[in-house]
Design a protein around this ligand. Structure first.
Ligand code: ATP
Length: 858
């Protein structure tokens, strides 16, 4: 589609018209797991295979009811698994939607951020480093643009773009690595080059997490062991002359009892619900893996601007060779003024001030937009502050764009320059970090005109810079010179002055730092800002810092020295993004689990290298977001600390329900095995065991996964990387509890055997269900008594208990279930036995936790 280029981009009505023709800029949804696929997945597990074999064996033996019941359980299990997984799947899809891409466009003469799907042919895209290009487009203005086209070509070296015929096309899906440009969209959606190949690649399925695969493995191993043990026990019984049918049914029951059927589904739903809970706290996990790893994070490497601080910059001081100035007002409201020696000054009265303000104004892309009584700023906060400063000093505003060319800002260079057409000639205007500007200046502007930059004059600039930085101000230096030849060469410039910007620490960060430090998590600040400014901010936030290291000093260190230094409270300043990667690797070599923040395009490798890459939802670039595991929707450091808390809670809860489910299984297995050894009739039927494991335990375990964080969870050091879900303490607990519940139900069984095997079995079965329900209280915290956690603090658990006990009542008293589960009604005396044996399960763990609070954590 051809459109004539308009300087201000399309108007709203042109956008409408173009959309009618071209539609939305989106590719057809890639196939995510549909409901049918999720349902079919339920029948593909190893467990289901065991159950199907069990049903077939029961059928062959003529046990029709058993065969039907096992078949029913397979279906019930599939339905429960489906509901849980489908819920998890839809929760994740909703989370993914939150990440839908955006793009900056020029429309109606204004730069605006729109959803990438809104883009139409003819739109002008505004491209900056880190942006993912939303459509195919042709460059109309360009400054030093480089684009990573590896997604299309596989070539990882960024490609330089210009207005030359063969270099002016940019493509959807590629991303800007440096420079700036404006480009007119030529094709959208599936008509782009990327769209043409996208349908070939298809979608990548959600990766299973470490935890899920570890647990899946555990379930498979238990399944295999179950088959072996069951075959062994049944074989032995037959050799010893026991009844064949009975032994086969015992073998089946055993194999069913040993496998924690509900486990995989419970883990998936717990992690997915956890991820949804985290979004409410503004942390969006791009991979479920992140949540789990977060709980183990031992170091957070964080940048400063915007994460620890507000990133709302206000210029408060100006320093020039002859004069210092104070600036009033806050934010981007131009209502303040500039004072020198207590008197208001304006640009018109002071040529040096005019030069400073003019350079800040024209060497910036930010704009102020009046919005009712307030003002909003579009652009980078540092530049927004300089533009606001120009308004406050009554600097003449341009009527049209006078910028002819530009060398853009990058975090590597830490400065930028433009070629500016002023009424009295062409000028180079430059701004950046003072060190970077001083390097290219040979003179300084004074009221007597430009003076040579002698060492003494350089020193006075450095002193002024240090004074501002020590107060936590971010300092920007400005310089300029005439450029009659119309070329930007950053040399022999005239130093104009320094501007100090205040960027206050975020209110909640101080508390978050304290909480992270008491949770044994080390915080390392890595910033592009100056060491003195960074040190001052660290102090304001009570971040313990004993040493400052600049990027240049870091280059001098070998890996060993760096690792030693990292054990002290070190802060990295004036770093280049590439250096972050080395810091992460050094920490990982010390066995630390590192969370690392980043927002720029050059941060992507470090984000990938870190155990948890954290990107910024507001100020981050698309490239950084794509490389990260966690997106902070509010860019706030405190959110990382909350997310770590959430990660810890989830890992602890997985530990709890794994132990809970396995101890239930252990009880059943022990009852069955001991019973065979003493030669009693079958204590639980296969169908009854399935009922316990799937119907009653599964529901309870999900509720356990929703347990709130323990009150002191952030007072412990992070868990070690290799911490097992089941440690020695866990295994001992499972065996002890399993032995008690197994033997108790068996004892009840034998007590009642003279009154008929049906009654004895129903009571033993019900006893086991009740024991399992009561034992859940022992697992609500692995350390704390229920009096600390609060007996009623998890409403989901209470609901689960009511529902499952109700289900068990139906199993015992409702005729259809009586038929399926072969139960008979039990009376008050039987319930009394059950109650009596259940009581110690409630009391003993409480006492043990008082005596040995940490025993279960091993
Ligand atoms: P952090 O890494 O904590 O986010 P930062 O924002 O200071 O800190 P960079 O964006 O790399 O890191 O900026 C480094 C330095 O470059 C700043 O301290 C400032 O002196 C200078 N600077 C920042 N933005 C601009 C800009 N738009 N133009 C010119 N110089 C800038």
């Amino acid at each position: 589609m051809s459109q004539t280029l308009q300087d201000g981009g399309l108007t709203q009505s042109q956008v409408q018209a173009a959309r009618e023709l071209a539609g939305w800029n989106e590719l057809p949804e890639s196939q995510s797991a549909g409901p049918i696929r999720v349902l079919l997945r339920q029948f593909s597990s190893f467990l289901v295979l065991i159950l199907i074999v069990a049903a077939a064996v029961a059928l062959a033996l003529g046990e029709l009811i058993d065969a039907a019941t096992i078949g029913l359980v397979v279906i019930l299990n599939a339905v429960l698994g489906f509901v849980q997984e489908w819920k998890a799947e839809t929760a994740l899809t909703a989370l993914r939607k939150l990440l839908s891409p955006q793009a900056m466009v020029l429309r109606d003469g204004q730069e605006q951020l729109v959803a990438a799907r809104d883009i139409v042919p003819g739109d002008i895209l505004v491209l900056a480093p880190g942006a993912k290009i939303a459509a195919d487009a042709v460059l109309v203005r360009v400054a030093d643009l480089r684009v990573d086209e590896s997604i299309l070509t596989g070539e990882s070296v960024p490609v330089a773009k210009s207005q030359d015929e063969d270099k002016r096309q940019v493509y959807a899906g590629t991303s800007v690595t440096s420079g700036r440009a404006e480009a007119q969209v030529t094709a959208t959606a599936s008509r782009t080059e990327f769209g043409k190949i996208a349908h070939l690649t298809g979608s990548v399925g959600a990766k299973t997490t470490n935890l899920q695969s570890k647990l899946g493995q555990l379930a498979r191993q238990l399944g295999l062991a179950a088959l072996l043990v069951a075959a062994g026990v049944a074989g032995l019984g037959i050799v010893l002359g026991r009844d064949l049918t009975e032994m086969v049914m015992t073998g089946l029951s055993l194999s069913v009892a040993m496998v924690p059927e509900g486990l995989p589904a419970v883990v998936t739903i717990t992690l997915a619900l956890g991820a949804t809970a985290m979004v409410r706290q503004n942390a969006l996990a791009r991979r479920l893996q992140a949540v789990e790893t977060l709980g183990a994070a031992s170091v957070i490497c964080t940048d400063k601007t915007g994460t620890l601080t507000e990133n709302k910059m206000t210029a408060t001081r100006i320093w020039t060779f002859d004069q210092s100035y104070e600036v009033t007002g806050t934010g981007y409201d131009p209502a303040g003024h500039i004072e020198a020696d207590g008197k208001r000054v304006r640009a018109a009265d002071d040529p040096i001030l005019l030069a400073v303000l003019n350079t800040g104004l024209h060497c910036s892309h930010a704009r102020l937009v009046p919005a009712g009584k307030t003002w909003t700023m579009v652009g980078a906060p540092t530049e927004g502050a300089l533009v606001t400063l120009a308004y406050k000093g009554w600097c003449p505003l341009p009527t049209e764009r006078g910028v002819l060319a530009e060398i853009p800002f990058s975090s590597d260079r830490k400065r930028m320059s433009v070629l500016y057409q002023s009424p009295d000639g062409t000028q180079i205007l430059t701004k950046g970090a003072p060190e970077q500007i001083l390097e290219i200046c040979t003179q300084i502007l004074s009221h007597d005109g430009p003076l040579d930059l002698t060492p003494a004059r350089r020193q006075s600039i450095s002193d002024a810079y240090a004074t501002m930085a020590a107060d936590g101000l971010r300092v920007i230096a400005l310089a300029s010179r005439r450029a009659p030849d119309h070329v930007i060469e950053e040399e022999e410039l005239v130093f104009l002055g320094l501007v100090g910007l205040i960027d206050p620490p975020r209110a909640e960060v101080r508390q978050a730092i304290a909480s992270a430090q008491s949770a044994g998590i080390r915080i390392v600040m890595i910033t592009g800002d100056s060491p003195i400014t960074a040190g001052a901010i660290a102090k304001q936030l009570s971040l313990q810092v004993t040493r400052h290291l600049t990027g240049a000093e870091l280059e001098e260190l070998d890996d060993q020295a760096l690792r030693t230094l990292l054990n002290e409270g070190v802060l990295f300043a004036r770093t280049r993004p590439e250096q972050k990667m080395r810091i992460v690797a050094a920490l990982q070599a010390e066995n630390q689990i590192v969370a690392m923040t980043g927002d720029g395009v050059n941060d992507a490798p470090a984000l990938k290298q870190a155990d948890i890459g954290v990107s910024m939802g507001v100020r981050g670039t698309d490239v950084a977001r794509d490389a990260s595991d966690l997106v902070l929707l509010d860019d706030n450091f405190a959110t990382i600390v909350h997310a770590i808390g959430e990660g810890r809670r989830q890992f602890a809860n997985v530990q709890k329900f794994v132990r809970y489910l396995l101890s239930s299984n252990a009880g059943e297995v022990i009852a069955l095995v001991v019973n065979i050894a003493v030669g009693g009739p079958l204590v639980f039927l296969a169908t009854q065991i399935l009922w316990m494991n799937l119907v009653t335990d599964g529901v309870t375990a999900v509720a356990l996964g929703l347990e709130k964080a323990e009150p002191d969870q952030m007072n412990h050091p992070p868990r070690r990387k290799e911490t097992a879900i089941l440690g020695v303490g866990g295994i001992v607990t499972i065996i002890l509890l399993g032995t008690y519940t197994g033997l108790s139900s068996l004892w009840i069984f034998f007590q009642l055997l003279d009154q008929g095997v049906e009654l004895a079995r129903t009571t033993a079965f019900t006893a086991m269900v009740v024991f399992e329900k009561v034992s859940v209280f022992a697992f609500r915290s692995l350390r704390l008594s229920n009096f600390r956690v609060g007996w009623f603090s998890n409403p989901f658990l209470l609901i689960a208990l009511v529902v499952t006990i109700g289900a068990q009542m139906m199993a015992v008293y409702w005729p259809p279930l009586q038929v399926l589960l072969r139960t008979v009604p039990i009376g008050v005396a039987e319930w009394q036995w059950i109650g009596l044996f259940a009581l110690p399960i409630l009391i003993v763990p409480e006492i043990l936790k008082m005596i040995w609070p940490n025993v279960q954590r091993t």
